[in-house]
Design a protein around this ligand. Structure first.
Ligand code: AMP
Ligand code: GLY
Length: 421
């Protein structure tokens, strides 16, 4: 099969690395890709949001399957545009992607179908939102409705913070149109875990559990980022809990979307809080998590390509995916200043040394080639990933890899995977 990957971050590098191992693959392209992806695929100078250009390429090059990494083109309708031209593509339609594209939509769907999630209400009026904050009491969470690159959830410890968050979204348009509606919800205490589920529109197959560490500094301090590291599997999730999440959360949502005329074909990311009252949904995403994907795929024994193709075709899925024993951990190395402003073009050294350690893989997230050398090109630059028998061993190995990478101003969390078995 001839495959095109849309995107150019760490998640897409992990997808390219895994798809490149498929015996069914005959050609692999990535748009735009990155220098790490270029080891597995031909990279094209087409942006991930240039939907018509991507479709023209897929037509001209007789691409059998396009795999979409990031949420923005999905929410913008890349799948609908490809399918209207008869092109096969992995990912949910625009209507189904609203599960991530609108938190108000996702919460409404959960409320209607009794899917456990934090108590909430939705507002466009600031005074009404502030009044509801007083009904819930602090701590609470104020969320911009639309896409905000992982920065739209404001966890507020006091009513004063909640008022400021409401003000930022609704009165100062801090998130633009994405924040012109807000969801105000109860704070849930517990351990977070992410489930990946593949769906062909009606059936579901579990594609692994992971934990993401989203705050920028050790000990979960500082602002939220896209994710500073991930580990898989999740010790707190046993087979009973996994089955319960599929039965009470994932399958009802897939059925509800199908009944609503927006069948979900793609990867459903369920971000969960494991609370004292059982697992509850924090959020849904319409694509693989980044960096969770980098920790999940190294453990997948199965060929990923036929699974993604079955979802895209609406064809049958196996009852379960097959996994390697052991664990994987991904430590993200970021640019100085991330998640705030950062500079790019900083030379990177030591990747080959890190990859010389058996079991270590370095996924490129924000890198570029400049005059034949590798430089930084994003906030999250690399994901140093290791597979081993346990999360503890994989963590040790990943940090040995991290120690061999060098670029000016690089920073990373030192507690990824810590305390997890
Ligand atoms: P989201 O963008 O909805 O994934 O939220 C980002 C992060 O904010 C989550 O990973 C949680 O750590 C935190 N968060 C969001 N909603 C809640 C909630 N209702 N209770 C506790 N923490 C939350
Ligand atoms: N790592 C969180 C996300 O991909 O949304």
């Amino acid at each position: 099969m001839r495959v095109l990957i849309v995107g150019g971050g760490g998640r897409e590098h992990a997808l390219a690395w895994k798809l490149a191992q498929s015996p069914r693959l005959s050609a692999l392209y990535a748009a735009p890709g990155n220098p790490g992806i270029a080891r597995h695929a031909t990279c094209l100078p087409i942006r991930a949001d240039a939907i018509d250009e991507l479709a023209r390429f897929a037509e001209a090059e007789r691409i059998d399957l396009t795999v979409v990494g990031p949420e923005a083109p999905l929410v913008a309708g890349i799948v609908d545009r490809f399918e209207s031209r008869g092109l096969r593509i992995f990912g949910p339609s625009r209507a189904a992607s609203m599960i991530e594209g609108s938190k108000a939509f996702a919460k409404g769907l959960m409320a209607k179908h009794g899917v456990p999630t934090a108590r909430f209400d939705t507002f466009t009026d600031a005074a009404q939102a502030r009044a509801y904050c007083r009904v819930l009491g602090a701590p609470l969470v104020v969320k911009a409705d639309g896409l905000a690159a992982g920065k739209g959830a404001l966890v507020c410890q006091s009513l004063a913070e909640a008022d400021a968050a409401v003000d930022l979204c609704l009165e100062r348009q801090g998130f633009g149109a994405a924040g012109s509606t807000v969801v105000v919800e109860e704070f849930m205490a517990g351990e977070e875990a992410t489930l990946f589920a593949l769906s062909n529109g009606s059936d579901v197959v579990e594609l692994g559990w992971a934990q993401d560490q989203k705050r920028v500094f050790d000990g979960d301090q500082g602002p939220n980022t896209g994710g500073m590291g991930a580990s898989a599997p999740v010790a707190a999730v046993d087979a009973g809990l996994a089955d319960a999440v599929l039965a009470r959360i994932v399958r009802p949502v897939i059925r509800a979307l199908e009944a609503d005329g927006r069948p979900y074909r793609g990867l459903l990311y369920a971000g969960l809080m494991l609370t004292g009252e059982g697992p509850k949904v924090v959020e849904f995403n319409c694509r693989f998590g980044d960096p969770e994907c980098q920790a999940v795929l190294p453990r997948l024994e199965d060929d990923l390509l036929p699974l993604l193709d079955a979802c895209a075709r609406g064809g049958p899925l196996p009852p379960r995916a097959r996994w390697r024993r052991g664990a994987a951990v991904c430590v993200v190395i970021a640019s100085a200043g991330y998640p705030g402003e950062y500079r790019t073009g900083v030379p990177i050294a030591g990747i080959e040394d890190a990859e010389a350690i058996p079991g270590v893989l370095v996924f490129h997230a924000g890198t570029a080639s400049k005059n034949d050398s590798l430089v930084t090109a994003g906030g999250r630059v690399l994901g140093v990933t290791a597979a081993a028998d346990s999360v503890r061993d994989a963590t040790g190995l990943a940090y040995r890899g991290v120690d061999r990478v060098r670029f000016e101003g690089m920073h990373f969390r030192r507690d990824i995977g810590r305390g997890r078995r």
